[in-house]
Design a protein around this ligand. Structure first.
Ligand code: SF4
Length: 452
């Protein structure tokens, strides 16, 4: 039995993959520890979306190398950086034992056992033993099954597809996660059913372009896309109270999906809809295949079909060639739409992506200034949107103790706003009515009226 420390960088998809790895290791009799100093196995599930995330993971692995001076320790990089850098990581981190790519998470427990046993029985003359597996694997999307719902056991992520074929010019995902592959509807439904049996009340369906789920594998039925068919099937699971998804692409966000919000009551009123830029010239260079006008009219349609819909987004500032005028268009559109929240990223060149070698890379100080300026717009809107709830009654799914104050409970609104309130632990996993008393930007505070 080994004590396994897993650290996750990056997106929710990575969190979900780490949960799967944790569950597989628990099934083998290992234990998961949150204390890195006592670990026998160190697994870092990595992100390649920005250089900073890669540097953090490399730095952490370098630092944790000291543990093996006291006892045998297995060190592994998993996920996106493992996929994109492969064996070259051994040069940077000589004590590394495992490099396991994004289509091989289901093999991690085998590999850990193999290396761990060898290390335990190692003799001085043993040659160094490393495992590198970054091969593509047909059907790997169907290996995503049970997982530990650590942290927020009331709410779980469910990966419904892997990979992306969109090839946005700034994005490394098509290289690290491969081509689009979707899991069959019955398998996803079965996973959700098992999660609900374990106490989960809310699931978030995950995919890089989630609304395009199944487009290569499954047919449209009665004019409904495979994704809407999946939403309907998951919605049927008894005991499930809320259904979310992230992230859709503005392309392919069609009438059938807009309509689904009207007849699937568990489908909550929140859409995270990446914008990336408000300049058509930059959108084209990004290969985003929609215009700012199209994006805006989609937002207007969403809001008129489902009043009160919370809309959040991602925006990149400082993409190669972005002029002050381009940035000004992004700023104006973000302000016009008034998002509930937005993640603003400074463009970071990624190896082997077309944008990394584009002319007119924007300087760091300019990126920094635009980032700072746009965050001002985003934060002002977030505050305004959250402030509109003060004095209102909202439905919260109570998730557990608040991260910032364990004596209070926290949960989320249907629109994904965090709420913090006092209450008995018996409320965890239940829907409650919250009377909102005040808000600070992204968080609502109030009194629980009654459990629903
Ligand atoms: S849609 Fe674009 S940004 Fe999103 S994962 Fe695919 S290539 Fe990357």
């Amino acid at each position: 039995m080994a004590k396994v420390y897993i650290k996750t960088y990056g997106c929710q998809m990575n969190e979900r993959d780490s949960e799967q790895v944790a569950q597989m290791l628990l099934d083998r009799g290992h234990v998961i520890t949150t204390h890195e100093a006592e670990a026998d196995v160190v697994l870092l599930n990595t992100c390649s979306v920005r250089d900073l995330a890669e540097q953090k993971a490399l730095g952490k692995m370098g630092m944790l190398g000291a543990l093996s001076r006291q006892r045998p320790v297995v060190y592994g990089f998993l996920g996106c950086m493992a996929q994109s850098r492969g064996a070259s990581l051994l040069k940077e981190v000589p004590h590394l034992d495992l490099v396991v790519g994004t289509q091989k998470f289901h093999r991690v427990a085998d590999y850990v056992d193999e290396v761990w046993q060898r290390k335990l029985h190692a003799r001085f003359d043993d040659v160094r033993f490393t495992i590198i597996d970054v091969e593509e694997e047909r059907g790997s999307q169907n290996t995503i099954r049970d997982h530990l719902t650590a942290g927020r056991p009331v709410s779980a992520f469910v990966s419904i597809m892997q990979g992306c074929n969109m090839h946005c010019t700034f994005c490394i995902v098509p290289y690290t996660r491969g081509a689009e592959r979707s899991r069959p509807i019955p398998e996803v439904v079965e996973e959700v059913r098992r999660l609900v049996e374990q106490g989960v009340r809310e699931v978030t369906l995950l995919g890089q372009i989630v609304n395009l789920y199944g487009r290569h594998e499954f047919p449209k039925l009665e004019d409904k896309s495979p994704f809407v068919q999946l939403l309907e099937a998951v919605h049927e699971v008894e005991g499930l109270q809320r259904l979310r998804f992230t992230s859709p692409h503005p392309i392919g966000f069609r009438q059938d999906l807009l309509a689904a919000f009207g007849y699937l009551p568990k489908l909550v009123e929140h859409i995270h809809l990446p914008l990336q830029s408000g300049s058509n010239r930059i959108l084209k260079a990004m290969h985003r295949t929609y215009t700012a006008e199209k994006y805006l009219s989609l937002v207007e349609e969403i809001r008129s079909t489902t009043p009160g819909m919370a809309i959040t987004t991602d925006v990149i500032v400082g993409f190669p060639g972005e002029t002050d005028e381009d940035y000004g268009r992004t700023r104006a559109l973000v302000d016009q739409i008034g998002f509930d929240n937005a993640f603003v990223f400074k463009y970071s060149p990624r190896k082997d992506t077309p944008a990394a070698v584009m002319a007119a890379q924007v300087s760091e100080p300019v990126k920094e200034a635009r980032n700072h300026d746009l965050l001002g717009v985003v934060n002002a809107w977030a505050k305004r949107r959250a402030g509109a709830f003060v004095g209102q009654k909202v439905e919260i799914l109570c998730e557990g103790p608040s991260k910032t104050n364990p004596h209070r409970l926290s949960g989320r609104t249907r629109g994904n706003k965090i709420a913090v309130f006092e209450g008995n632990e018996r409320l965890i996993g239940r829907l409650v009515d919250l009377e909102v008393e005040h808000s600070t930007g992204y968080t609502l505070y109030g009194r629980v009226e009654a459990a629903i």
